[in-house]
Ligand binder design. Structure first.
Ligand SMILES: *Cc1c(COP(=O)(O)O)cnc(C)c1O
Length: 390
């Protein structure tokens, strides 16, 4: 058989590779401590699970769901945006539930990208923005996110001929992998202005707005004036409610973009299992207190780990949001060499920055989503590894 050429354009998915290396080490008998994967290990709050179990027993939820999701779910999403972010959304035209936001992030490329079209993609960045673009036959243009510019893209530095061919621009704050947040309130408005000027659509990925520390409340792209005219925001219950395994997210904003994505999706999938939609309704409509509890746990882990990271000769800023620490490795060492060194010499797995793009070179990413005792063990190993150096 002959598979399509488009698959040749797809590198292996980053975490498939890392999981392979970790599995190899484990097979050798090493009890690897895994800081590599950003996947909350704290359980989904139990009232959400209980509600889901009840819904699972109801035969009405055993049948095909609608691609557009339950009306009550779309209302719950709009209600949450109103309460948390003061953003008004029409639940029927400006909200679409997704089978996890990754699904929508991948599929929206098929709404905009034709062969030869360009999507502007942050580098470093979540791999799916570029991979969706490639699958649709387009080309990603990587906008460098650099420390000297607070890890924001510099729109004015994108070559004119690239901007002319671009259909779509991806943004993501709070940012994976850098942990950076948008602190300049005018940044999103600048993005809207740039998009209008060049007839671009903006896709903002807001997966981490609720994973924040020290009382900080990250903004949403939808709060920017004019955002709804040019773009959409992808969001997810995965990181907010520690629900990665249940696969549920949403996209909100521009009605035309949402309707176009619905047309793609309705031909490919049949929506989200309804018991999970009911769980999401419960999560969005009930008390948000446990988010604070979970964030307090992550914040304690952040504070412990960041100290050690700086102690062992890496350099990292304290993230105000996301459960990642983005640390620069010593000069003269590649991110992959350094990650391999930590895995082989300390039994500690981290993600090499190069996996998020060229600009990720020189960095590694630590995730805080491992149990406290494992984190402590990891810290001990890093310190004793440091003691064995030179
Ligand atoms: C985790 C993550 C997502 C995807 O989350 P879903 O579980 O698919 O909703 C999207 N974007 C970023 C930046 C992420 O880190």
């Amino acid at each position: 058989m002959r598979v399509a050429k488009r698959l040749d354009r797809l590198p292996r998915y980053l975490f498939v590779e890392i999981s392979g290396k970790i599995a190899e080490k484990r097979a050798e008998g090493v009890d690897v401590i895994n800081f590599a994967i950003g996947d909350p290990e704290l359980p989904t709050p139990s009232h959400i699970i209980e509600y889901m179990c009840e819904a699972a027993h109801d035969p009405a939820n055993h049948r095909y769901p609608e691609t557009a999701g339950l009306p009550q779910l779309r209302e719950a999403i709009a209600g949450w945006y109103q309460r948390r972010l003061s953003v008004a959304l029409d639940p029927n035209r400006e909200v679409l539930p997704l089978i996890g936001s990754k699904e929508g992030i991948g599929h929206i490329a098929f709404v905009f990208i034709e062969p030869g079209d360009i999507a502007l993609v942050p580098d470093p960045g979540y791999p799916v923005y570029a991979r969706g673009t490639l699958l649709a036959g387009g080309e990603p243009y990587f906008m460098p996110l650099r420390a000297e510019n607070d890890f924001l893209p510099d729109f004015e530095n994108i070559p004119k001929d690239i901007v002319r061919r671009a259909k779509l621009m991806w943004l993501n704050y709070p940012n994976n992998p850098t942990g950076v947040t948008v602190d300049r309130p005018d940044f999103f408005e600048k993005a809207v202005y740039f998009a209008r000027q060049h007839s671009l659509a903006i896709c903002h990925d807001a997966a981490y707005t609720e994973v924040a520390f020290d009382g900080y409340k990250p903004p949403s792209f939808m709060q920017a004036a004019g955002a709804k005219e040019v773009g959409v925001e992808f969001h997810s219950l995965s990181k907010t409610y520690h629900m990665t395994g249940w696969r549920i997210g949403m996209v909100v904003g521009n009605a035309e973009m949402i309707n176009a994505l619905f047309r793609v999706k309705s031909n490919l999938d049949s929506g989200i299992p309804q018991a999970i939609q009911h769980a999401a309704i419960k999560a969005l409509n009930s008390s948000q207190e446990y988010i604070l509890e979970y964030n307090a746990i992550l914040q304690r882990r952040r504070d412990k780990l960041i100290q050690v990271i700086n102690q062992i000769g890496l350099r990292a800023r304290v993230p105000k949001a996301t459960f990642y620490i983005w640390a620069s490795v010593p000069q003269g060492c590649t991110s992959t060499d350094f990650a391999d060194k930590l895995l082989n010499e300390a039994g500690v797995a981290v993600t090499p920055g190069i996996g998020y793009g060229k600009e990720g070179e020189g960095y590694i990413r630590f995730s805080l989503t491992l149990p406290d005792d494992r984190l402590e063990q990891g810290i001990e190993r890093l310190l004793s590894w440091q003691g064995r150096q030179k």
